[in-house]
Design a protein around this ligand. Structure first.
Ligand code: VGL
Ligand code: ZN
Length: 251
């Protein structure tokens, strides 16, 4: 469905994890992830710098979300749950020497958060993969929020980590727009089914924004049958709107 959405002074964009690590050739490649780059550029042009925000996913080696932090034959993309780890014992050496968390901390984390997908190494601190795609510069954003730096908690959403704790993003936005409180938030980036969806749902249900995902400027990392539909239902329940970049026009 096509419609015209006039972009004005009460609107911001949040470009989520537009990083080479999530594109073909990167550590956690998303099929056609690179195809969004020109569309992201086109969308950014509709917003002045003061109303552009971005997030970057960044982890230290040994982070709880990385398959490489676990010492046994765990396949990347495995879903770890509390039920799986609750019987693990220290003597079994399931954690790598460089893991930045203990078995007890892992159990505590999973008992609260419920699950953790173990990802291939991506966004590793100190590498280019932890930065924005080189097509974009930090200077063209009002603020770039770095997430995922707590070694013992993943953070898909730009506003809240997976334990539900606030990042600094909402405060930044509020502080930088005191006179004209932001009403609508347009988000896109990588990956649709994780960081974009989490960011959008939190923004709509916890941070008080009217939220739009620009669908052609995002791609999913996982593609099993029914997965996409499941995400769509969650977005719908959170009242997140789906639009196409062609729908957005400068006021
Ligand atoms: C992401 C998995 C792990 C994302 C980040 O940006 O969607 N997905 N870390
Ligand atoms: Zn990550």
């Amino acid at each position: 469905m096509s419609r015209r959405i006039l972009i004005g002074e009460f609107d911001i964009v949040v470009a989520v994890d537009v990083q080479k690590t999530f594109m073909p050739g990167g550590g956690l490649p998303v099929t056609d992830g690179d195809k969004i780059v020109p569309i992201v550029r086109k969308i950014l042009e509709l917003f002045p710098k003061e109303r552009r925000y971005a997030t970057k996913d960044r982890h230290r080696r040994g982070h709880i979300c990385l398959a490489s932090s676990y010492n046994w034959k765990v396949e990347p993309y495995t879903l770890l749950t509390y039920d799986v780890v609750k019987h693990w014992q220290g003597s079994e050496e399931r954690l790598a020497d460089h893991a930045r968390f203990t078995l007890e901390e892992l159990k505590d984390y999973l008992s609260i958060v419920g699950f953790q997908v173990l990802w291939p190494d991506h966004g590793i601190e100190g590498t280019q993969e932890a930065e924005l795609h080189p097509e974009f510069s930090e200077d063209e954003f009002a603020h770039v929020e770095v997430k995922g730096m707590d070694d013992i908690c993943d953070s898909y959403g730009g506003f809240r980590d997976n334990r539900g704790r606030k990042t600094g993003l909402k405060r930044k936005i509020r502080k930088q727009h005191r006179e004209k409180p932001i009403r609508r938030l347009f988000c896109f980036g990588l990956a649709f089914d994780y960081c974009v969806a989490y960011t959008a749902i939190d923004a709509a249900t916890k941070e008080g924004f009217e939220v739009y995902i620009v669908l052609d400027a995002t791609r999913s990392v996982m593609n099993p049958p029914g997965h996409y539909e499941e995400i769509l239902l969650k977005l719908q329940a959170a009242n997140v709107h789906l639009v196409h970049s062609d729908d957005l026009v400068a006021a």
